[in-house]
Design a protein around this ligand. Structure first.
Ligand code: DP6
Length: 347
């Protein structure tokens, strides 16, 4: 049995503001998907989700308080952020300031190691790193659960990137403040499981519909949405048991059907939300062929055309080699660490 904890401080006190802090976080890929909110403002999901945090494509974020500044300044890979990305970061900093009872604006510098144009979302690692760095800079001492709840307010999937390994994000109960308290991620115990995710890039362009917009349209218009949420509950129960047994084939089967079901709900939205491209289907065909050849490989897709293929660590090179005939690039990811503060000496 294995638990991965974030290197987060543990007692929920305020502490003197550090003034500046740097944090590192990694993206996660959901094996049971989050698709649809029951509260857009508090970012409360319609159902529980479950993910694996990766050991690649980290985000490093530094937050520095700027007492003289009139507005927050946000830089993303050396480019000043504007519009929606800027507003999402400042709205998130407002939550931190309110909690810390401080008013100073901040300078935020974020760097993603995800290859530019790989078409992979970085909001999960981005808001997890921002939650850890901003709370430290503003002098809040939050435990991992509180950090996860806070990161959720930036982007739902960020709640899971606070933790390394496998994490379960609870949808929470009820509405309003109670629901806010009960919706957070936690690390999941898993059996002896050597899992890898091979990331097959088929299209590096920006997506036509953001996940935020796509999920809202699906909830509001897809007749298949409710049935998917119901089946996702059953998938989650089976997935937890499969993870505990260390049963990679069952984990893969459940993850694949859950993702395909999510894409089916989107296709039934009005108008349809379609992230899959012809090349996505070519990768899915390759994955089927790998299985016919006896390799346990299973696909999952998010709000984009790229495919992530779950397989045993020992098979990852073979899977990546096979997928290279249909994908423009492949990357191999394994289980990665939770979000953590970086110390002065860079560790
Ligand atoms: C398809 O967490 O990016 O990747 O909460 O609106 O910021 P917001 O959405 P986001 O959605 C992720 C959706 C997904 C599935 C998943 O990660 O569970």
């Amino acid at each position: 049995m294995r638990l991965d904890h974030p290197a987060a401080p543990n007692s929920p006190h305020e502490r003197p503001a550090a003034g500046h802090a740097t944090a590192v976080a990694h993206p996660n890929i959901a094996l049971i998907k989050y698709w649809g909110k029951r509260d857009d403002h508090l970012i409360l999901p319609a159902s529980d989700s479950l993910s694996m945090t990766l050991d690649v494509f980290s985000t490093t974020t530094t937050v520095r308080l700027a007492p003289e500044a009139a507005a927050d300044q946000v830089t993303l890979n050396d480019t000043p952020a504007a519009d929606e990305p800027y507003r999402r970061v400042t709205a998130f900093l407002d939550l931190v300031r309110e909690r810390a009872r401080r008013a100073e604006r901040a300078v935020v510098d974020t760097r993603n190691t995800v290859p530019t144009g790989a078409g992979l979302a970085s909001s999960a690692s981005g808001f997890a790193a921002l939650a850890v760095a901003a709370t430290a800079a503003y002098g809040l001492r939050l435990d991992a659960t509180e950090l996860s709840r806070l990161a959720r307010r930036g982007s739902g999937s960020a709640s899971r990137s606070i933790f390394g390994g496998f994490a379960l994000w609870h949808a929470g109960r009820g509405t309003g403040a109670d629901a806010d308290l009960s919706s957070y991620a936690e690390p999941l115990p898993v059996g002896d499981l050597d899992a890898a995710l091979v990331i097959a890039i088929v299209d590096a362009g920006p997506k036509a519909v953001s996940s935020r917009v796509g999920m809202r349209r699906t909830v509001e218009t897809s007749p298949l949405y409710r049935p998917w949420v119901e089946s996702s509950r059953a998938d989650l129960t089976e997935m937890r048991a499969a993870l505990l047994r260390g049963d990679l084939e069952a984990v893969g089967e459940i993850a694949e059907r859950n993702a395909l079901g999510m894409h089916a709900t989107m296709l039934a939205a009005r108008p349809a939300v379609r992230y899959m491209a012809p090349a996505t289907l070519a990768v899915l065909d390759s994955v089927l062929r790998l299985r016919q050849d006896g390799v346990a490989a299973y696909a999952t897709m998010d709000a984009g055309p790229n495919v992530k293929v779950l397989c045993a660590g020992a098979d990852a090179d073979r899977v990546a080699r096979t997928l290279r005939s249909v994908a423009s690039r492949t990357y191999i990811a394994r289980r990665g660490p939770g979000a953590c503060l970086r110390t002065e000496d860079g560790r």
